[in-house]
Design a binder for this molecule. Sequence first.
Ligand SMILES: Nc1ncnc2c1ncn2[C@@H]1O[C@H](COP(=O)(O)OP(=O)(O)O)[C@@H](O)[C@H]1O
Ligand SMILES: [Mg+2]
Length: 369
Amino acid sequence: MDSTLYIGLMSGTSMDGVDGVLADFANGQIRTIASAFVPFAPDLRQDLMLLQAASPNEIEREALAANALARVYAQCVDELRPHAGGPIAAVCAHGQTIRHRPELGFTRQTNNPALLAELTGIDVIADFRTRDVAAGGQGAPLVPAFHQAQFGKPGATRVVVNIGGIGNISVLRPDGRVTGFDTGPGNVLMDLWIARHLGKAYDEDGAWGATGTADAQLLNILLDEPYFQQPPPKSTGRDLFHADWLDARLARRPGLAPADVQATLTRLTAVTIARAIEQETIEQDRKEAQAVYVCGGGAYNGLLLKEMAQALGGKIPVGSTQDLGVAPHRVEALAFAWLGHQFHKRQAGNLPAVTGAQGPRILGALYPA
Ligand SMILES: Nc1ncnc2c1ncn2[C@@H]1O[C@H](COP(=O)(O)OP(=O)(O)O)[C@@H](O)[C@H]1O
Ligand SMILES: [Mg+2]
């Protein structure tokens, strides 16, 4: 009998490292067996960061970074495989996004799946986004179909919010319909700001931001970004929300204390997500979301969750996916394991209503063991 065990590997726009999950999809269930996290070494993170924009000799540097990334992925697989107790059907690897330009017809997740297959001796399924883009879609977000499978509840409106480097929402409707899109920055701006001022990778629990006061004028300047007004389908990344984007706007509101800027960036993430939720649930359905469940690293930022609840006017309870049985940091890796399982069954992984693709498509490419 075919194995029902899959490993999902996710390294997102935060570029903190690789989240891995070992999951069992036996009997139509979704069961997490183990999870692991392998942080990126500073030099790999730096190499990947430099590949986010044009630079000299980038073909060679991309190839070398892809090899290094595959080795980190293999390390994550090595941490998970002892928990399997049997053969693993496939390793499902997202790769590292280094450009995301669906409007130009491409998105690029660098990786070396052939090397990963060689190092692990397991089938590798990779490159999940490009087929959706080929079909005219955004190639993102891809997690909503999984959110529906894992968290959907007939008769209820639930919103799942993934806050990684970028934020995205999935609105799961009572009749099973799903919509969703990237809302804009999740942690990416907060991370770069605290790195610049305190040399830390992220604002633990939002503690630094909580010492500041959000500035209404700066918030309005940031909210002026046309992306926030653009109708879905839409997706974004570091191509838009990078240090230069922030610095250009800060120049129009100089002299703020760094902690006040952090508080404002936290509020920006909260407000843009809250507006997206309201737009999708109140304006379209005339029906409020019954609950919001946060996943991704942003779920561990208490200030951000508080700001979100406030931005939603205290009308909708804001919890985490832990309330539904899946730890927030495991959700996205589990989603890619699930997408690999979909590939294996030759079933679609995208939702055309979310990505704007011309139709459902089987996502991914197989590199046999
Ligand atoms: N304890 C925490 N407090 C505040 N923020 C956190 C915490 N843990 C993780 N994060 C945030 O989550 C980010 C990682 O989230 P993740 O879901 O891995 O995103 P991505 O998929 O983009 O890699 C970190 O960069 C950080 O901003
Ligand atoms: Mg991450």
